[in-house]
Design a protein around this ligand. Sequence first.
Ligand code: ZN
Length: 396
Amino acid sequence: VPALVLDNIGALVTCDPTLGDGALGVVRDAALVIEDGRVAAIAQAGAPADERLDIGGRCALPGFVDSHTHLVFAGDRAEEFAARMAGAAYAAGGIRTTVAATNAASDSDLRALTAARRREGLRAGITHLEIKSGYALTVDGEARLCRLASELTDDVTFLGAHVVPTEYADRADDYVALVCDGMLTACRPHARWIDVFCERGAFDPDQSRAVLEAGRDAGLGLRIHAAQLEPGLGVQLAVELDAASVDHCTYLSDADVEALAGSRTVATFLPATDFATRQPYPDARRVIDAGGAVAVATNTNPGSSYTTSMSFCIALAVRDLRMTLEEAVLAATVGGALALRRSDVGRLAPGCRADVVVLDAPSPAHLAYRPGVPLIAATIAGGVLEHADPALIELG
Ligand SMILES: [Zn+2]
């Protein structure tokens, strides 16, 4: 007998076109049968159940897969944001402010801060996420951040090469050598991925290549921050090394688009960052029309994107990155899964993790159509009801 049935789903968005109508694979008047934390079946509304969650004809879709966050940090940078809105330019060096606050925080304080942000993300419909280190920049500190991140996800990314710490200001290559050796060794047991910030003011393409190759040799998957502040060689480096994802992509050359289109590397857009740094928005259409894979992620961090709202990112992707509504929903679900090279999340197909968002809306179009409105009525992660608005959802 099924453990839980999500019933009376007006529109079940599976994000699997083989299961329903259109690109989003929509099934009308459906029930989702959940067993052992997985999707067991898609049925007609009214299917037999041990426990039933009646969502009253609302829309349900896969939980959002947030493939880019920096969730483990202390302090905030509201003053830097205010200065930027008053005309100051964004620079990568602000990361060092967060490094100082993070390194001063105890394990228990950092764990509590990160858990609170994780709960905030669950309320926003994020059921799976990647978490990066990168706010310690010492061997022990980066290992600590990776360990704390691993308490919340199996997609932990070692980002020792986030920025060159002040004490290495005149000898960045020495810091890169540390990242590739002792720091990598200390972080490796907690991490699945390695990442590098390939940008002026952070790491150049040669240094970025060294970091990624060291990570690959240690058995980690590859991700890269590139083309955030200006065009560069990072996108093509990502493709050459078969990185799972290249993130930001605010400035893409025609050669970058062509390289992405012929690769397995996902272009991950972080539009809340372009919003909060007053950067121009990238044109995701160029990548999609060329046949490249895309994702949208929050880039939750205190400097350039202090939001856990994937709904906001979807609205920006539609309004400013020129994605269609369907493309933006896919980018925030199955696209994020692809950027993490996993097939168990991002879709509501039999066998997938039972990660579901219930919208207080009849269709996912409302995510962009009603920007800023809290539409997440319930979040289910691994078959467990993690968040529910009691005024909307009745458990019976
Ligand atoms: Zn980032």
